[in-house]
Design a protein around this ligand. Structure first.
Ligand code: CP
Length: 333
């Protein structure tokens, strides 16, 4: 059997990646990160390669980290967002735009409102298409988060990792939830707990798929509807505000504020905040995580997010390293 290769693959969903492939991505990421720390130049890896970047919503980390990833690897990234191209104006179809990108670039990096639009691009393009977050998945954030946990703990087996819904009047997509479920459910002996109000339970097909992976790997995947219960003895508490995919799309028509349960009846949901009391239920060595942007004072208190247990900057930094790893594995010689 040949060596494991990700050459030319799309990254649409973490459900498409085996544990061996995820290990390869994380090990490559750690190696590239160590290389940077040693002062190594890595600009030969993607010399001459070009990335087309499209963002249908605002982005700080994803935009900056993909751009720096291409630059550090010796390639180039063009940000085509913000009314620069005809498909944004409705003059040309998305499909025709993708057909042309396919002839100019080596990879398409797209943050899109709908997973279906990303999948359409992947069907059309011969070059890899990467998911920079959609209504259903945010694979690179999940990869960076689990790399951060691996670095902090030294292992992922027998680790209790909690991803908890948190109150925020703005309504981001649930992508990190789906991608974390698919990633965690591949990891033997991890204890992954999603805490959320009942209204924010992911669609059943996503849960079933993750539980199917867990049945094979030996991961424990649990969904609970109380933050305090989830936080007990946790090694990691990762706070994330989200709404269901259709509500996310509807929310854009209301300046990111969908008419969802927590906006219509906020008092019931305000207790979903990570504070010192929640962190005290976790292990003394527990770390607080957040993918940012964070609603400080709503999702998490300032004491926690800016306190000694917070690893949010490491998470943000690891976006760069995992994306360099994936770009290297997909496009490198
Ligand atoms: N975490 C994350 O994806 O951040 P941005 O929305 O700023 O890219």
């Amino acid at each position: 059997m040949g060596a494991l290769s990700l050459q030319g693959r799309d990254v649409l969903s973490l459900a498409d990646f085996s544990l061996e492939e995820i290990d390869l991505i994380l090990n490559t990421s750690l190696e590239l990160k160590r290389g940077v720390a040693r002062g190594e130049f890595q600009d030969h890896i993607l010399r001459g390669k070009g990335a087309a970047m499209i963002f249908e919503t605002p982005s700080s980390r994803t935009r900056m980290s993909f751009w720096r990833a291409m630059q550090q690897l010796g390639g180039d990234a063009q940000d085509l967002s913000g009314g620069k191209i005809w498909s944004d104006a409705g003059v040309e179809s998305w499909g025709d735009t993708v057909r042309v990108m396919d002839r100019y670039f080596d990879v398409i990096i797209a943050r899109l409102l709908a997973q279906a639009t990303l999948e359409e691009a992947a069907r059309i393009a011969q070059i890899p298409v990467l998911n920079a977050s959609t209504d259903f998945e945010h694979p690179f954030q999940a990869l960076a988060d689990f790399q951060t946990a691996l670095e902090k703990k030294g292992r992922l087996d027998n680790v209790k990792y909690v991803l908890t819904w948190a109150y925020h009047e703005y309504n981001p997509p649930m992508g990190l939830v789906t991608s974390s479920l698919y990633l965690a459910s591949r990891i033997p002996r991890i204890q992954f707990v999603l805490a959320c109000p009942e209204e924010y339970t992911p669609p059943q097909d996503i849960i079933d798929r993750a539980k199917g992976f867990a049945a094979e790997s030996g991961a424990q995947v649990e969904i609970v509807h109380e933050m305090k219960k989830a936080a007990q003895d946790a090694d990691f508490i990762n706070a994330y505000s989200y709404v269901m995919p259709a509500d996310f799309r509807a929310g854009l028509q209301h300046n990111w504020q969908a008419p969802v349960p927590h906006n219509q009846n906020p008092e019931r949901f305000r207790k979903w905040i990570v504070n010192d009391e929640i962190m005290a239920l976790a292990k003394p060595s527990a770390k607080f995580m957040h993918c940012m942007p964070a609603a400080v004072g709503h999702e998490v208190t300032a004491e926690v997010i800016y306190g000694p247990q917070s690893v949010i900057q490491d998470e943000a930094e690891n976006r760069l390293h995992v994306q360099k790893a994936v770009l290297t594995l997909l496009l490198g010689a």
